[in-house]
Design a protein around this ligand. Sequence first.
Ligand code: NAD
Ligand code: DAU
Length: 331
Amino acid sequence: MRVLVTGGAGFIGTNFVRQTVRERPDVDVTVLDLLTYAGDARNLDGLDRVRLVQGDVADTAVVDGLVAEADLVVHFAAESHNDNSLHDPSPFVRTNLLGTYALLEAVRTHDVRYHHISTDEVYGDLELDDPARFTESTPYNPSSPYSSTKAGSDLLVRAWVRSFGVRATISNCSNNYGPYQHVEKFIPRQVTNLIDGVRPKLYGAGQNVRDWIHVEDHNAAVWAIIEKGRIGETYLIGADGEESNLEVVKALLTAFERPEDDFDHVTDRAGHDMRYAIDSTRLRTELGWRPRYTSFADGLADTVTWYRENEDWWRPAKAATEARYRASGQA
Ligand code: NAD
Ligand code: DAU
């Protein structure tokens, strides 16, 4: 099987490619990645059966040629960081909307199976005391430029399924953590701050809740959907990992043997979503998926170890990332 993985040099895509090479000897992988600030070719160094093509998912000629050679497309490539989307939405519109459009046209032309990676943020947010969780029928209500472009890309997929019979599935996953995540994101930012002896930075009061899932569990679910999912369907991916940001910061401070109040409150994110929570019943009952990381504490400890052991990987991006946060009052 020949799989085209877009964004395969980013956080989740890298883990997907590495897991695929490890567990599926029958699969050859082509990665299409623009290698933006968030992509790193080193992540794929030395992997067998992996070819890296540096290019833009919104470039129709490049996309058409690569899709024509593939049996399956898994589309991870995106501009992925909410804070960046508040400062400059333009690459989000181009990559997330036009990139998805280019891929859909190519899979339509060549009749190639397509899996679309998306986010729970398309559903907006929940109140802290709301017993509800997101399901596949929750109405779309995105808050940020990032989440609205992801919502738009999902709707393009749904329209291409219905109008043109494209063979596609969609997954909407909650917050991922694990190795190879960029230091701009919440957990790697605080872990690398702590390694540097810098206090963690909490937006606002830190009451916001995210539903954490280990990246390996996300990617195992993606393969389950590719192999057993119903064409045209959406599957929500989540591992019952709700934690407030404050709880996460305290857990990290404990891991670094620092006092629980040794952090700074910084300027809150504009329009900051309060809570995400996933009901993954469909994925579990229809496809039999279960998360392997059932303890967030254990997964977090593994992740801290990875960042301690891979400073050469994250160090080059750290100073520029913190300079960006300083410029927006979030340092
Ligand atoms: P990331 O920012 O770490 O990686 C994105 C990758 O896409 C990078 O390698 C980057 O170089 C590449 N890319 C960006 N623009 C491109 C373009 N125009 N053409 C080709 N490649 C391009 O993102 P991530 O966290 O790995 O997220 C991957 C996907 O998963 C995204 O679609 C995101 O919306 C979705 N998602 C992420 C999370 C999460 O918690 N990180 C949760 C749910 C869904
Ligand atoms: O829910 C899935 C989404 O999760 C994905 O679609 C996005 O691509 C991914 O980036 C992530 O979005 P969030 O905005 O939830 O993740 P982020 O890591 O940026 O922030 C997590 C929470 O931590 C959020 O409430 C903001 C807060 N935060 C973040 C940073 C960087 C802080 O309190 N301090 C920080 O320094």
